[in-house]
Design a protein around this ligand. Sequence first.
Ligand SMILES: [Zn+2]
Length: 225
Amino acid sequence: MIGAWLAMAPTLWAGYTWGSQLFAFVNRPRVDADRPVVALTFDDGPDPVHTPRVLDILAREGVRASFFLIGRRVAAAPEVARRIAADGHDLGNHTWSHRSLWAMGPPETRDQIARGNEAIATAAGRAPRFFRPPWGMTNLAMFGALRRLGTPCVFWTVQPERRRPAEPDRQVARAARRVAPGAIIDLHDADGVPGAGARLVQALPRLIELLRRRGYALAPLRDLL
Ligand SMILES: [Zn+2]
């Protein structure tokens, strides 16, 4: 009997992870790809040093964007989360402590999502509107938790810096190659990859300039999805 369960385990695991990934991708919120509009999204903050500088740049440029915040970092810098909301940006939940959902069973998944949501709502005075899983990795237990909170799972289409550091010039060049109408650009205003926040502060003004030169309007996810 146990042997039969063990034999099934890899199949169950594949469904729980890869299966959920496919389901999440197929059911992702749709963007209108006919309008020349793109969304800037920022993950892994708030960072007490770099996020305020990013907010200054966005305010100066008159850009509204979307921030996927880590609950634990929100609890450490609640005033930054409050400012993100006050400046008119979208709030997104990026879990409580940024661990891969592939390494979590259902109870821990629900806990990571609920605690992240709660930390953001408490600090910012407004519940998050969207969810993005760390590294885009989903599991089947995620969907029920997100449905209860009313926060759809949002991925990205352009990632200027991936799992290794990319210099600001390289980030702008990558975005230039891949951007298209309806693009969701994934940026990092805090460290996951070391130094990400500092590189973003350098890259962001050039990135905004490039997108505008190409004729794109910049909108928060609430206007794009
Ligand atoms: Zn992340």
